[in-house]
Design a protein around this ligand. Structure first.
Ligand SMILES: *[C@@H]1O[C@H](CO)[C@@H](O)[C@H](O)[C@H]1NC(C)=O
Ligand SMILES: *[C@@H]1O[C@H](CO)[C@@H](O)[C@H](O)[C@H]1NC(C)=O
Ligand SMILES: *[C@@H]1O[C@H](CO)[C@@H](O)[C@H](O)[C@H]1NC(C)=O
Ligand SMILES: *[C@@H]1O[C@H](CO)[C@@H](O)[C@H](O)[C@H]1NC(C)=O
Length: 231
């Protein structure tokens, strides 16, 4: 049995833990939660169980969950494959708690995913640059690219520039982009394995473990497909 003199350190340890948890919760809420009640012009693209299909119904955009859990993600998946096959996820690390109150909106120049429970309007994900005006047209293309086109017809944002774990035909992998696997088959949060162009030359592809350890490289691209095909 531990003597009573050990109780005090235990209490202070849990207390410090509690403080840490409270502090990180506060940090989370100050960085991730923004009230949208004050913003005047926002345009809802989809909400709840509504979806957008690509022209020939190859892909669909909407909110999904895995494992029947109360964790909802905005994503793109193949419309006709019976086993859900996701090719892109926006809020990979910040699931929404209820489907009914989830929405994708154009707000303050950004694409935003919001949790509208109790009118709280928490932003759980947003696109980087505020360059999307609320007149922007959101379309899901046949190749699975979610694009925002401005009033002049110029594409101002596309999901293909922000790949998740899937490389689709028509995408380009460029400097600074990375494909990262899911944490598990039920958790789209970034996992341990990624693929990118290898710096500093970017002349080959590499696979990474844990964000920075290379475990495979393709070798430099020489322009030859294979000596076998040479004449
Ligand atoms: C979508 O939600 C509405 C109301 O929330 C409900 O009436 C409708 O049945 C749902 N549709 C599907 C396909 O689940
Ligand atoms: C959709 O299918 C029709 C008929 O096959 C085709 O003509 C059209 O080009 C397709 N649209 C796209 C965007 O692929
Ligand atoms: C999913 O959850 C709902 C409500 O919790 C339950 O009624 C339903 O049976 C579950 N479905 C599956 C496939 O587990
Ligand atoms: C990929 O690169 C090609 C060639 O530069 C370009 O035409 C195409 O628009 C790019 N696609 C995307 C999705 O950026």
């Amino acid at each position: 049995m531990a003597s009573s003199s050990y109780i005090a350190p235990q209490i202070s340890y849990s207390f410090i833990n509690l403080l840490l948890i409270l502090t990180s919760l506060q940090l989370l809420s100050s960085t991730q939660s923004k009230s949208c009640l004050t913003t005047s012009s926002s345009k809802v693209i989809i909400s709840g169980n509504s979806t957008i299909f690509s022209e020939n119904r190859t892909f669909v955009l909407g909110f999904f969950n895995t494992n029947n859990e109360s964790k909802w993600y905005l994503g793109i998946w193949y419309a006709s494959i019976p086993t859900p096959t996701y090719v892109w996820v926006a809020n990979r690390e910040t699931p929404l708690i209820s489907l009914e109150s989830s929405s994708l909106e154009i707000d303050a120049g950004k694409l935003t995913v919001k949790d509208n429970r109790d009118s709280r309007c928490d932003v759980v994900w947003e696109s980087a640059d505020p360059n999307i005006d609320s007149e922007g047209d959101v379309k899901l293309l046949e190749d699975g690219d979610l694009v925002v086109v401005d009033a002049r017809g110029v594409t101002v944002w596309r999901s293909f520039d922000f790949p998740a774990d899937t490389f689709l035909p028509g995408m380009n992998l460029t400097v600074g982009q990375m494909l990262t696997c899911w944490k598990s088959s039920n958790d789209p949060a970034p996992g341990k394995y990624s693929l990118r162009l290898r710096p500093p030359d970017y002349g080959e592809v590499e696979l990474l473990y844990g964000g920075d350890r290379t475990y495979w490289t393709s070798g430099k691209w020489t322009g030859n497909i294979s000596p076998v095909y040479r004449r």
